[in-house]
Design a protein around this ligand. Structure first.
Ligand code: PAZ
Length: 360
């Protein structure tokens, strides 16, 4: 067993599965069964898109948590381009983050599109506002796509909030997908765009209740007795001068397990986000060397909506190659989405991958 595999089994053995996992699995199973019965699993490719950021709770009854910046723009737009290119999509996203199709209308308040008619007796549409929305945001086109893909059940949304929920759900999805696709799992594309925390506190070591800041309460024996004795990763007391000290464990590196066990033979893409451009390519290459998957897409926080880099191995497996995709000045002004440029390239890479397996 590799170190990564050991860390993975430890994680699942020591952290509780989310309570709604059986419902999620049932929903997924039903989605895959529907497409199997309709012959789509043999005809269509499927992509698992992960999107948005994971939280790290600091209390079991969670009032406070650590979060990150990701709004799910990349994931939700990508899901839409995959759908429009004939893929079935499983969209594993942070609850309340951006969703495919709705992502175009993030700042729009739908109440402003409605009006009250007949002296308060009837609900109406403000046609001028709807028409402006249509001309500004291509509402009709987006709506047609949305209706088409929902009517055909082409995508399934599953949400997570915490790092724990994310990892358990990712594993559950992989188990079902593997069973449905069996030896054809090269038709599965895994697109890991979620911003997943690198650090966390295991559930068994979380304080049960809201962390108190009042030293008198902290030193009250009755309060101390009510606390989880294992909660040693979070320290606040008079000996810390009332400062909150956090000790976070590293999240096990799941990508190795994903590549070797959960999704072997699937086309796996991970993302690498950095803020220092001097590190980006180096970190992408490190990830490829460590996990041996198919592609890393690198992006910088500051320019992630304008450029990305594909880093993968050369055909002869010797060394790496980098392909940049950048929006031009006029494309940025016209609101072109970088996903519209690089997703078609990804699909070509996935198609080559499938051809390789099918011609064996
Ligand atoms: O969600 P968003 O569109 O604001 O950001 C997308 C992103 C930067 C989170 C994604 O492109 C990415 O790089 N995800 C992986 C992050 C990482 O764990 O390195």
């Amino acid at each position: 067993m590799t170190v990564e595999n050991e860390q993975e089994s430890d994680f699942f053995a020591t952290n509780p599965a989310p309570k709604n996992l059986p419902q999620i699995s049932a929903k997924l199973h039903e989605f895959l069964e529907f497409h199997q019965e309709n012959g789509n699993l043999n005809k269509k490719k499927i992509v698992l898109v992960t999107s948005g950021g994971t939280t790290v709770p600091l209390e079991n009854n969670t009032v406070r948590f650590i979060d990150n910046f990701s709004a799910g723009t990349r994931g939700s737009l990508s899901a839409e381009y995959f759908l429009n290119n004939g893929y079935l999509v499983i969209f594993l996203h942070r609850e309340f983050s951006l969703l495919p199709f709705l992502n175009h209308f993030g700042n729009i308040n739908f109440l402003d599109l409605l009006q009250i008619e007949n002296d308060g007796q009837k609900l109406g549409l403000d046609k001028n506002k709807v028409s402006k929305l249509n001309s500004d945001h291509n509402l009709l086109k987006v709506l047609k796509n949305y209706k088409y893909h929902t009517a055909n059940r082409n995508y399934l949304s599953i949400s997570f909030t915490t790092i724990n929920e994310y990892l358990f759900t990712l594993r559950a999805i992989s188990e079902d997908l593997k069973n449905f696709y069996e030896e054809k799992n090269f038709r599965i594309l895994i697109y890991l765009a979620a911003a997943v925390s690198d650090f966390f506190i295991p559930q068994s070591e979380l304080p049960e209740h809201k962390i108190q800041s009042n030293l008198a309460i902290l030193e009250d024996p009755q309060y101390q007795q009510s606390q989880n004795p294992e909660a040693k990763q979070i320290e606040i007391s008079s000996s810390t001068n009332g400062k909150l000290k956090l000790n976070l464990d590293p999240v096990p590196k799941f990508l190795k397990t994903i590549v070797d066990r959960w999704y072997n033979n699937s086309f796996i893409i991970s993302f690498k986000l950095e803020t220092d451009d001097g590190l980006l390519i180096k970190k992408c290459k490190q990830a490829l060397a460590r996990y041996d998957h198919q592609l890393v897409i690198g992006n910088l926080l500051q320019s992630r909506k304008e450029k990305v880099v594909f880093v993968n191995k050369n055909i002869d497996q010797q060394g790496y190659k980098e392909d940049w995709f950048k929006l031009k000045e006029n494309e940025i002004l016209d609101g072109v989405q970088i996903e519209s440029i690089f997703i078609p390239e990804l699909i070509k890479l996935h198609d080559n991958w499938i051809d390789h397996f099918e011609s064996k």
